[in-house]
Design a protein around this ligand. Structure first.
Ligand SMILES: NC(=O)c1ccc[n+]([C@@H]2O[C@H](COP(=O)([O-])OP(=O)(O)OC[C@H]3O[C@@H](n4cnc5c(N)ncnc54)[C@H](O)[C@@H]3O)[C@@H](O)[C@H]2O)c1
Ligand SMILES: N[C@@H](CCC=O)C(=O)O
Length: 515
């Protein structure tokens, strides 16, 4: 019997034994940095001369690993291996596939601090953020396993006295998973195990920024009993293999999470039918956000300031859910701004391989330069009231930054910055707050801080985002509790960690027999 799903608890780092365990893990992982990692094709390890070099964003001279880099020929081999493995994998029952995911969750749980510590090095994740990332990966394995067992029973459809009708779900065939770097374990795990548990082999192309932690997921799933060829690991330069993976005639689905530019490109390319292709490809494209925390005229200002700061600066603002806009009723504006500045001053920025760091470095030089550019733009669009300092001499550090008096149409209020920058805007009433909150191309997350039930009721229908939170921050969705995904240019709203997600990777079939 499978016990009911419950999300993985977060580690309490106020307890000395947990701090010690994390420090031990950092030490252990620290001693293993700089190794070489292979591709995995049909279960075979393949080392290439060409390598992706993964570095620590908080200490860019430190190499995390040299990871083999796949070519188009490797993609072809991986697809052949996937097609071969599909013949057997699709015959596993839903329960048997779920068993592999439950075992993988148990292995991950045992290696939790080691995986989180690796993300502190490879992705610049502070301890709590890393711990939550690993916990979310475990949740995806546990949750999707249970969802598949339910879906494996099929659904009841109508029958007539002379007719027996059944309705069940079957896998689609091999597909491609293309995750981002920011939830370096959780999203890689979630976007990979969902199609797998549904019975589809996967070609996993991780982000070039965080390929080592992605390799650890492959190891875990192999150890959990996934047959050879069902999951193929093909990191590589997206400019070389990205289009090829998407265009491949045997690709049945593309499970993408990342930026709007890449997502819309994939969506367009996947629509084309290539020679030898006998199916329409499905695309899941979960993309960016420009997320707003709205503060009403009766809000608890301590709660509001804390929600804004947490939403804006958690993991250096590098979340699609990050609250990079605060829209505040004019009567509360000064008080909330002042409290937010005070809280932000308390934030320390440093290397998450050390203790008690709230914010690490941003992921790479390109992002550092981009965010710095937005800070310069912000100086012309609003008033810099906190932060703005940057330093890339050792790592890509950007201090938490607040701009006040920003026009809601300004660049820094419209474009996804994906860094620790938040703009404050004033509104005269709740109508204007909702207008501003909805005035971007995105529709991913949002938060409303108010005590007015009528405003919460209105926000429920008029604040056009896929994940809306009341009287809290707008980040930190938990698998099974807060299915995640958004509207507009935020993507296909596939709702990762929700009850409908696996349907993206399944074909429903009906069989009718005249009796
Ligand atoms: N909506 C969500 O659930 C969600 C979650 C996390 C991140 N994101 C978004 O992801 C973005 C940050 O991630 P990123 O910087 O890794 O995004 P990105 O688009 O640069 O890269 C995402 C993935 O796509 C690959 N890629 C790049 N070009 C490709 C191509 N031509 N063909 C195929 N694959 C290609 C990359 O190698 C990477 O694996 C932000 O916009 C963020 O909002 C969204
Ligand atoms: N699911 C995460 C965001 C994922 C995107 O970066 C959250 O809810 O904060």
């Amino acid at each position: 019997m499978v016990v009911p799903y419950k999300h993985e608890p977060f580690t309490d780092f106020t307890k000395e034994e947990n701090r010690k365990a994390y420090k031990d893990a950092l030490k252990k992982v620290g001693n293993e940095l700089g190794k070489e990692y292979p591709l995995v094709i049909g279960g075979e390890r393949v080392y290439t001369d060409e390598k992706l070099t993964s570095v620590n964003p908080s200490k860019h001279e430190q190499v995390i690993g040299h990871v083999s880099s796949a070519t188009k020929e490797h993609v072809d081999k991986a697809m052949d291996a996937a097609l071969k493995a599909y013949k057997e994998w699709r015959k596993f029952t839903a329960e048997e596939r779920a068993e592999v995911m439950f075992k993988a969750a148990a292995i991950t749980r045992r290696r939790k601090h080691e995986l989180s510590a690796l993300m502190s090095y490879e992705a610049g994740k502070p301890w709590g953020q890393s711990d939550a990332d690993t916990a979310e990966g475990i949740d995806f394995m546990e949750y999707y396993g249970r969802q598949m067992i339910e879906l494996g029973k099929g659904k009841k459809i109508e029958e007539r006295p002379f007719e027996k009708n059944i309705y069940f779900y079957q896998p689609m065939g091999p597909g491609v998973t293309i995750p981002p770097w920011n939830f370096a374990f959780a999203i890689v795990a979630g976007t990979t195990v969902a199609p797998l548990v549904a019975g589809n082999p996967v070609l996993l192309k991780p982000s070039e920024n965080t390929p080592v932690i992605a390799y650890k997921l492959v190891e875990i799933l192999e150890e959990a009993g996934l047959p050879k060829g069902v999951l193929n690991f093909i990191p590589g330069d997206p400019a070389e293999i990205g289009d090829y993976l998407v265009d491949h005639p045997q690709t049945h689905f593309v499970n993408f999470t990342g930026s709007v530019n890449t997502g819309t490109r994939i969506n367009k390319r996947a629509a084309e039918v290539h020679e030898g292709q006998k199916h329409i490809k499905r695309v899941v494209a979960e993309m960016g956000g420009k997320d707003t925390v709205v503060v009403d005229d009766d809000a608890d200002t301590d709660m509001a300031a804390a929600a804004i700061v947490k939403s804006a600066f958690g993991f250096q603002g590098q979340k699609c859910s990050a609250g990079s806009r605060a829209v505040i009723h004019e009567d509360m504006y000064d008080e909330v701004l002042e409290k937010a500045i005070k809280l932000t001053k308390e934030i320390n920025v440093g290397n998450p391989a050390e203790e008690d760091v709230y914010m690490g470095a941003v992921i790479n030089q390109k992002q550092f330069n981009r965010i710095k550019g937005y800070i310069e733009t912000g100086k012309n669009e609003g008033k810099l009231v906190q932060g703005g300092e940057t330093d890339d001499s050792k790592g890509y550090f950007i201090h938490p930054t607040i701009f006040s008096e920003v026009d809601p149409e300004a660049t820094i209020m419209q474009e996804e910055i994906f860094g620790p920058v938040v703009g404050f805007a004033k509104a005269k009433d709740f109508d204007e707050m909702l207008d501003i909150a909805n005035n971007t191309d995105y529709g991913l997350t949002g938060a409303v801080i108010t005590n007015k039930r009528e405003h919460l009721n209105r926000a429920k229908y008029e604040f056009h985002v896929g994940n809306l939170y009341f009287n809290r921050d707008c980040t930190g969705a938990i698998v099974g509790y807060h299915p995640f995904g958004g509207f507009k240019m935020s993507g296909t709203d596939a709702k990762a960690g929700g009850p409908d997600y696996l349907l993206n990777f399944l074909e429903p079939k009906m069989v009718s027999e005249t009796l």
